[in-house]
Ligand binder design. Structure first.
Ligand SMILES: Cc1ncc(COP(=O)(O)O)c(C=O)c1O
Length: 379
């Protein structure tokens, strides 16, 4: 047993955070930390957003919870707003609670609708820690998977290898699943040509294309979804993290031809689509749209690219605020040194990439703060 009774499964940073304001965290010993990591890409609006707090307070007073057995206007509004935000004809929404749960349901639908038993995924992927999502996560079997077998056949293709896609995706394939911009891998943009090849081959073989936008979606790339940015129309998109900007929630969005197969009892969950989550989803989409946050992400991501190749940084990769700073020295050393200078960043599966998942409300002065800190580090 640990002293605090918590399962000892997380490496933790030496930070004692008491609260947050804007893009900064405050620690018990009075430090002000620029948070460019946002709790694994969740804090899209930073901390203390007045509208977010107002909505959560009002909805919690009005009705904190009811299940999907009860129709709720706020749930219908959230689904409508989210489907319009996504565009691409992904007009049916199934709300759930976590990214892994969204992926689990997307995969289940693809396997059931096609009646096939194979899924093709991309090397470097991270899709979550549940049975199906973990099965399509690169390296999970060796590291933490734990189930005696995957629930379906899985084949991984190398990133960018269109020939491998043509070989792996065949008429036994139920689904191809990919993060358009891989997060855990280190902000790796799969790029429009490769995604178009996945789309084309899936269409040829009547497999479904599932884009996992749990991390890269909901405006993080400076577009509603990375699918929009790359002009690829998937059969399903999954999203979570920034969706509630701090309130746990997730969604599976699907095209009409997928939704046409659904009937009562096919999918289900207790917490998904609760009124608190839905009120916040509606508010988050509204704030992103009305405050011009997509344009802000695009502009400041450009500023990062143009100014932050200094000190130990040799290149910038990714898209929008799913940014990878490629470092000459081990990324974990650069991350530690930035933290000593009161800037919080993340690492990734790539030992030479520092990952930035900044709040969409970041300003030029914060990018300058990052740049100056990087410039002060040894190359
Ligand atoms: C791309 C992607 N998919 C799925 C997940 C799993 O989401 P959750 O931890 O909410 O289950 C993550 C989490 O990091 C992710 O980055």
């Amino acid at each position: 047993m640990t002293a605090d009774h918590l399962a000892p499964v997380y490496a933790q940073w030496p930070l004692d955070v008491v609260d947050g304001e804007g893009v900064y965290l405050r620690t018990r010993d009075g430090r002000r930390i620029l948070d460019l990591y946002g709790g694994h890409a969740v804090a899209a609006l930073g901390y203390g957003n007045a509208r977010w707090h107002q909505v959560i307070a009002e909805q919690s007073r009005a009705l904190a919870f009811q299940s999907n057995a009860v129709p709720l206007a706020v749930r219908a509004r959230a689904a409508t707003r989210l489907a319009r935000f996504a565009g691409q004809g992904l007009d049916t929404v199934f709300f759930c609670s976590t990214g892994a749960e969204a992926n689990e349901n997307a995969l289940k639908l693809a396997l059931r609708i096609t009646g096939r038993r194979k899924v093709v995924a991309v090397q470097g992927s991270f899709h979550g820690r549940t049975a199906a999502a973990g099965a399509v996560t690169w390296g999970a079997a060796a590291k933490w998977y734990g189930f005696p077998q995957a629930p379906f056949d899985v084949e991984f293709v190398p990133r960018g290898d269109v020939d491998a896609v043509a070989r792996a995706v065949d008429t036994r394939t139920a689904a191809v699943i990919a993060e358009p911009v891989q997060g855990v891998a280190g902000a790796v943009d799969l790029g429009a040509p490769f995604l178009a090849a996945l789309r084309e081959r899936a269409a040829e073989t009547r497999a479904m294309l599932i884009l996992d936008e749990v991390q890269c979606g909901m405006g993080r790339t400076g577009f509603p979804f990375a699918a929009t940015m790359h002009g690829v129309a998937p059969d399903m998109i999954t999203t979570a993290k920034a969706l509630g900007a701090g309130f746990p929630c997730a969604a599976l969005l699907m095209a009409d031809h997928v939704a046409a197969h659904l009937k009562v009892d096919d999918l289900g969950t207790t917490f998904g689509g609760g009124p608190m989550a839905c009120a916040l989803i509606e508010a988050v989409v509204d704030i992103i749209e009305t405050q011009g946050l997509l344009a802000n992400v695009r502009r400041l991501a450009r500023q990062i690219r143009e100014t932050c190749v200094v000190g130990p940084v040799t290149d910038v990769q990714g898209a929008g605020f799913l940014t990878g700073l490629r470092t000459r020295r081990p990324a974990k050393d650069v991350q530690r040194e930035l933290m000593e200078r009161d800037i919080l960043t993340g690492t990734s599966a790539d030992p030479h990439v520092v990952r930035i998942l900044a709040p969409y409300v970041l300003g030029e002065e914060h990018v300058a703060e990052l740049r100056d800190a990087l410039a002060s580090l040894a190359a």
